[in-house]
Design a protein around this ligand. Structure first.
Ligand code: SF4
Length: 226
């Protein structure tokens, strides 16, 4: 079993709601989003295999952690993902997945084995190619969203509100689309500037009337400052 790990956060209370968890950042992503916060994770070290390191780490965390979050990069690209999920669960931990929804086929394969999924919806489906640099990327996310909403798995749909891409109207339009698609758990978070990527416009999330409107559209709405 091969697992290519690019980073590890040993303890978090916010990445797997209701759980004390570690976050494992897996290498590889087929997209190139302009505001990517993890550019060092985009390529895979094909010779690398870090499962044993993770196993040793988790052995020492039994009784302290409830869960493990598999994040990235795009964790669904890992060939060893199914085995990793099964092994982590066999050690007594719950497993959550963070995904950008770029691979609905693989999401479907793993969905029933997961305890929770955080799906990023970055922008309207039609604007995805502009953000990711990949044609038809929005169609993949649309399929992933439909799979997730139709499943029995607990989830959260999340959007990073980048003022370079969003207007107030666009935030509401996206939220309405998500509500119509059946999303019940929605979170929005600030976009943090990274090296070579500036966020010049003021945050839309400081607008209380916008937040009130969003709150009214979903059973569970979360505002997160990342
Ligand atoms: S999907 Fe995520 S990891 Fe991949 S390029 Fe976009 S922001 Fe970075």
């Amino acid at each position: 079993m091969r697992l290519n790990i690019g980073g590890l956060t040993p303890f978090t209370t916010i990445d797997f709601p209701g759980h004390l968890a570690a976050v494992v950042f897996l290498q590889g992503c087929s997209w190139r989003c302009s505001y990517c916060h993890n550019p060092h994770l985009l390529e895979v070290d094909k010779q690398g295999d870090n499962w044993e390191m993770l196993q040793n780490f988790l052995e020492q965390r039994r009784g302290f952690l409830d869960g493990v979050v598999l994040s990235g990069g795009e964790p669904l690209l890992q060939s060893g993902l199914a085995a990793a999920i099964a092994n982590i669960k066999a050690m007594g931990f719950k497993v959550a997945l963070h995904t950008a929804g770029s691979n609905p086929h693989r999401l479907e394969q793993h969905l029933t084995t997961l305890d929770w999924v955080g799906l990023d919806i970055k922008t309207s489906f039609k604007n995805y190619p502009k953000l990711t640099g990949v044609t038809a990327s929005g169609d993949k996310v649309r399929q992933s969203l439909a799979l997730l909403v139709a499943s029995d798995v607990d989830y959260e749909v999340r959007t990073t509100i980048d003022p370079n891409f969003f207007t107030r109207a666009a935030v509401l339009e996206l939220a309405e689309m998500l509500m119509t698609a059946g999303v019940t758990h929605y979170a929005v978070q600030e976009c943090r500037p990274v090296e070579n990527y500036k966020v010049e416009s003021p945050s839309l999330l400081l607008d209380p009337s916008l937040l009130a409107q969003l709150e009214g559209m979903f059973d569970h709405f979360t505002l997160r400052y990342s």
